[in-house]
Design a protein around this ligand. Structure first.
Ligand SMILES: [Zn+2]
Length: 77
């Protein structure tokens, strides 16, 4: 049996999307302000809130919200 890249990607995606500890967009959004505050404070947000980090890496919508929030807060400083 041969595994091509597309098949591998599907498999990896299947593993990632069935992780029992993953959070959804609602939970991500609820914690996003804290996550952004930590980023701005120079703390390791990814380590402190790995589930949010994990979600942001996979969810384009939340990633955009995160970046918009980060940019807005930076502009206020
Ligand atoms: Zn999301």
């Amino acid at each position: 049996m041969t595994l091509d890249l597309h098949t591998l990607k599907q498999m990896v995606r299947g593993i990632l999307t069935t992780r029992p500890d993953e959070i959804g967009c609602d939970e991500c959004f609820e914690q996003l302000d804290r996550f952004v505050e930590m980023k701005l404070a120079g703390k390791n947000a990814a380590e402190a809130m790995p589930l949010v980090q994990d979600h942001l890496e996979r969810c384009h919508d939340c990633r955009e919200e995160f970046e918009a929030l980060l940019a807005a807060l930076r502009a206020l400083e």
